[in-house]
Every structure is written in structure tokens, then in C-alpha cells.
Design a protein around this ligand. Structure first.
Ligand SMILES: [Fe+2]
Length: 318
């Protein structure tokens, strides 16, 4: 277990003074999605924080109206999906400007993006696409993360992807690639444990996946993870072969909870976020799953340090 501060460190003093309180690791957050805007503000559930998809709030109108009210009640994280930091081209200047405008206005606690590319030569795809892990691609990603951090004047977190193929050209393991990226660029890692599990099953099969996923987590250096994502996945039969799809459309699977327990023991100061983006349920279902994450986290930490076992009747775990 590490006690190192896991959050990005490059926060200018002036900006830090304006930034909303950071989320607490002890209470998970949920993704803020349009169908829940009204219910969330009406019921003000006991969640720790909110994460928004940056691209949904770059315009004005109703989404910004709800976000403005939500930010007064919970810490907010801005999670981008459109910069394509894993591409060989620099991020689109216009898109980065729109992100910077949002971040300047919102002053979120955290800003994150993905280890993925989203387009080439001005063509964009509505997906997070995988990249080969090589010395060259690492140079590109480091450059791109640097461009974003310089523009935003803050450090960001980069999320490991869910993948469905691997490249013959890859020379670096994904966990090592992310570790080197963190070391060189000064960003932190957003560790999506569902993505680790989905990729592991897709690449090595159901039986070997738990050990491969655990080894991935073990190989990460102390202190690099600032945020953990939890989500559900779908099972697909691809001509008799099981393929997991990272659809964020259901409850978190049991093997992912096991990985989450290992992750919070490794990175106890990382904050947790529950993602749910398809088959979106009523808000109270999401809140209940986030509360379940809090109980799982407390149980994992109490198992690691029996002397500090939390009271099971604690309101946090109710
Ligand atoms: Fe995620």
C-alpha cells in the first residue's frame, strides 16, 4: 500500500485557489447524464462527486444551466473523449480551445482524457480507437498531453482503454506505457478497472484474465493513479468466442469488483467514479451502485488493515 499523493501535481497556485474541493476517496461519484439532470438536483443524493463528458457541456443551454447548479453541490471532474491524444497528430486546436473555455469557467477538481485516438486528417470517428505501444507512439502521446496541459495550465489524468485487438508492432506493455507517460509528462493515471478486465478477457480468455488483470495492476508504480473508474460490460458471442464489450450498460461484474478491491488497496487515495452510459437506469439505481462501491472499498481496506475495520453500520455504507 502506498501513501503517496496520487493526484496530478502541476496545479498553478493561482488556479488551485479557485478550484472546487477535491472528491473524497471514501465516497464514489457518478457520471452526470442528461436523463438525471432534474432528478439529481431535486433529490440531491448522497454521492461524492460528479464527472461530466466535456463534449456534452461545451455549448450553452439547458446542459450548462444544470451543470451550473450541480457544481454548487458537488465536486466536478471534466472527462474528455474527443482530443485523440493517442493520435500521431496534435490535438485539434479548436477542440482544445473549447475544452479550455469549459475548464476556465467550471474550474473542475479534475480533468481527464483517454489513451486513444479518435480521427485522422480531419475525419473523426465516434469511438476511442487503440494505438500500438511503441517508443514513437509514446513520444506522440507525451507531446500531445504536454500541449493540453500547457493550454489548460494544469495536469490531467489519462485513462487506460478497453481494447479488442493488439498490434504486432507493440513493443511496450500497456501498463508500462502509461507509467512512462506519467513519468515523462507529469500527468496521472485514471485507472479503469473494468477496462483492464475487459481487455484481459478479450486478449487471453476468461480463465487467464483475472491473473493477467491483477498483474497489470501490480505492475503500475506506486502513486500514479488518481482516479478509478468502475463500469459494467456486456458479453458478446463472436462465432463461439466470448468477447466483452465496454458498454457501461449494467451492474459492475464480480471479477471487476475483485480488481477494484486490489486497486483501492494499491491506491487508497484514488477517488472512485461509477460510469453508466447505455441502458441508463433511474438515478436511484446509480446511487445504490455507487454506495455499493463505497462498501466494497471499505471492506477491501479493512481486510488489508484489520485494526481499522470500519463500522458496518456507518452511514457511508448504508
Ligand atoms: Fe472509464
Amino acid at each position: 500500500m502506498t501513501d503517496q499523493a496520487p493526484m496530478p501535481s502541476r496545479q498553478p497556485a493561482e488556479a488551485t485557489a479557485q478550484i472546487a474541493p477535491r472528491p473524497s476517496p471514501e465516497r464514489a461519484g457518478i457520471g452526470l447524464r442528461a436523463p438525471h439532470h432534474h432528478a439529481l438536483l431535486e433529490t440531491r443524493p448522497a454521492i461524492g462527486w460528479l464527472e461530466i463528458h466535456a463534449e456534452n457541456y461545451m455549448g450553452g443551454g439547458a446542459p450548462r444551466h444544470y451543470l451550473e447548479q450541480a457544481r454548487a453541490l458537488w465536486p466536478i471532474s471534466v472527462h474528455g473523449v474527443g482530443l485523440g491524444l493517442g493520435g500521431s497528430e496534435p490535438p485539434d486546436a479548436g477542440h482544445l480551445d473549447r475544452l479550455a473555455t469549459l475548464v476556465d469557467w467550471l474550474q473542475p477538481a479534475l480533468v481527464s482524457e483517454h489513451l486513444a485516438w479518435v480521427g485522422v486528417d480531419g475525419r473523426y470517428y465516434n469511438d476511442l480507437l487503440p494505438l500500438p505501444y511503441t517508443a514513437d507512439s509514446l513520444d506522440h502521446v507525451c507531446r500531445n498531453v504536454g500541449i493540453v496541459q500547457d493550454r489548460l495550465q494544469r495536469s490531467i489524468l489519462i485513462e487506460n482503454p478497453a481494447t479488442y485487438l493488439r498490434f504486432r508492432e507493440s513493443q511496450i506493455a500497456e501498463a508500462e506505457f502509461l507509467s512512462r507517460l506519467v513519468e515523462r509528462s507529469g500527468c496521472a493515471m485514471l485507472c479503469d478497472v473494468n477496462n483492464i478486465y475487459v481487455s484481459s478477457v478479450n486478449h487471453v480468455g476468461l480463465e487467464a484474465a483475472p491473473a493477467v488483470a491483477a498483474a497489470y495492476l501490480d505492475s503500475l508504480p506506486d502513486g500514479i493513479v488518481g482516479e478509478i473508474h468502475l463500469a459494467g460490460h456486456a458479453e458478446n458471442d463472436a462465432d463461439g468466442r466470448l468477447i466483452l464489450i465496454d458498454d457501461h450498460g449494467g451492474l459492475v461484474a464480480e471479477p471487476v469488483w475483485d480488481l477494484y478491491a486490489a486497486a483501492v488497496r494499491r491506491f487508497p487515495r484514488a477517488v472512485t467514479l461509477l460510469e453508466w452510459d447505455s441502458n441508463i437506469p433511474p438515478l436511484d439505481h446509480l446511487v445504490a451502485e455507487a454506495a455499493h462501491a463505497d462498501r466494497r472499498r471499505a471492506a477491501a481496506l479493512s481486510a488489508a488493515t484489520p485494526d481499522s475495520a470500519p463500522d458496518p453500520s456507518d452511514e457511508r455504507a448504508a
